[in-house]
Ligand binder design. Sequence first.
Ligand code: NAI
Length: 698
Amino acid sequence: MSEYVTVERRGEVAVVIIDNPPVNALSLHMREPLFAALVEFNGDASVKAVVVACAGRTFVSGADISEFGSPKSLQSPNLPELCAKLETLSKPSVAAIHGTALGGGFELALSCHYRVADKGAKVGLPEVHLGLIPGSGGTVRLPRAVGAIKALDMIISGKPIGAEEAKTVGAVDAVAEADLVEAAVEFARLKVAEGAPLIAVRDREEWRDKDRASLEGFDQAAAAHAKKARGLEAPVRCAEAVRNSLTMDFDDALLKEREIFLALLSGDQSKAQRHLFFAEREAAKVPGVGKEVAARDVKHIGVIGAGTMGGGIAMAFANGGLAVTVLEMNEEALDRGFATIRRNYEGSIKRGSLSEKQMEERLGRFSRTTDYGDLADCDLIIEAVFEEMAIKKEVFAKIEAVAKPGAIMATNTSYLDVDEIAASTDRPGDVVGLHFFSPANVMKLLEIVRGRETAPDVIATALALGRRIAKVPVVVGVCHGFVGNRMLAARSAENEALLLEGATPEQIDRVFTDFGWPMGPFAMGDLAGLDIGWRNRKALGTTAVIADALCEMGRYGQKTQKGLYFYEEGSRAPKPDPEVNRLIEEKAREAGIERREISDREITERTLYPMINEGARILEEGIALRASDIDVVWIYGYGFPRGKGGPMFFADLEGLPKIVERLEHWHARTGNAVFEPARTLKEAANSGTRLASMKSSA
Ligand code: NAI
């Protein structure tokens, strides 16, 4: 029939096979012949049933994302038309699902009368991750198959479910034990033989009637989901669409679903989330580290330091199935570190995300030591000791003395010069920065700091290892603070200045949370520990008036129950502290600053814009390979709101000329270098180039 769609007859059953590599996406060139085949079957009396199957490694795994936003995706026959055609076939249709039936692929399958899945198959509607709702009947058909509450859960979480669960909840009708297509053909034959009236999913009444009778239960479930949406529109609109499937008749709900889908598709949030989808995949591509560079074998990790980061890093590796040896200065420090690790696991058990058995398995992967000799067998040793160059070098000398040939020697430093650390060893090619984010067992970002001498296979290993422990790795270059913390520093000084000039920590934090950040900079500073920056500033000979004064008072943040805020015993909720306000007023007086009312707008311009500006410089210098890498760093390392796509993407939304103009304004007023517009930013603003799509030319 076509290169992308072929038909095979098995007696009275016509098997249509989709073959659109790599993932059988719903491209126009595949939709056209598929639609034509369905039209033909309808008119062919010798065809008694139809099986829709796929060649290659998976069933249709979704829309063709490269068509998104282009007229091609909507061109006839579009997916809704295909679904309607399948649904109104005059003979039974069966989807034969292997691999993953995701998004449009699952919607296609739901439009068949029946679904037979391979044992290892998964089905799901992950559109929410792209800032969308399912747009071809997913929100209307799935509730009729599995009930509204289960459908809502699947659609809002975007998480696929396995074949067995799909069978249990009613998303598929049978699980094939052996040959899938044969099982689907057999299933179709059975239905023909039964001769029962054909009922499409759209016409199923059982769940629909049950759900309609208990709208209240649905609304409660939807409200619980809405609470977690954190400013994202798509989850809320998913719930609205599923609700419509209960309150409207099928066709009206379907129309409304399409309307919501199209509105989201053209909105900024979905654009931002689609940008991130591609950005994350792009970040995995690193010049000089192609497929031909084999990663080194890593089974056993050594972690030096069992503090905030060392403990979290050790957990991240153990969670990923690796053996981990943790080294500390003494037994007490080890006891403390392991007590925290256990407490963290127990917390996960309490929250229901981990079983007792899993905790024991993970704890079983750890060993502890105070003797460097015990690290001789490690394939990778990472240090997370105090942030001081002299200590790092001393630790690296000890690592080098015991590390076996080919072992990777990594530092989790936040700011220090990885090249200087590497140069202090005799094997700089084996040295790399692996910069985890706090809490390291939770945060997804891993900045892989590529030193001047870092060997390509060390980078390949770091990338593979990062993915193995479920992190999002981004390769960055050496500079003070790399990508994330360097941009953070560009705004930190302004945060302090704003405090002195009249803002309060609560006001600034509120501007950030209103923007969509999970927490403001001061609450975050308290969480991470103010002493880290303090140590760093002391090493550099720089100061931060308020943060330094707080540290001198022993106010390190949550760990001491006092930082920019006050924390009640056992609580992580920041409470404004009059002592801090007095300190700010006193420091302002000392500096001769007259405090004034500060607008929220000013806070945004003086904190977010310098970050964007610094991002442009980072790109200029080649510290980041692409602007989109910077966005990935900020989304996964610092909780930049996903719906805004990261600082570089957001800059384009905000308008580069406006940002340049405001930077110039603040530069003139304050003389502060963070406001001096970067060359790249000015050029992009003048030429109308999108910042987010720029690559480094350095
Ligand atoms: P921390 O103070 O909580 O832990 C440091 C640990 O290292 C302590 O348990 C200490 O006993 C141990 N230690 C110090 N010197 C040692 C030595 N010579 N041998 C063995 N153990 C030694 O500090 P934290 O926050 O875990 O930071 C560690 C490193 O991670 C620093 O380089 C920091 O810049 C970096 N980092 C910190 C982040 C954070 O948010 N806390 C985020 C990312 C990186």
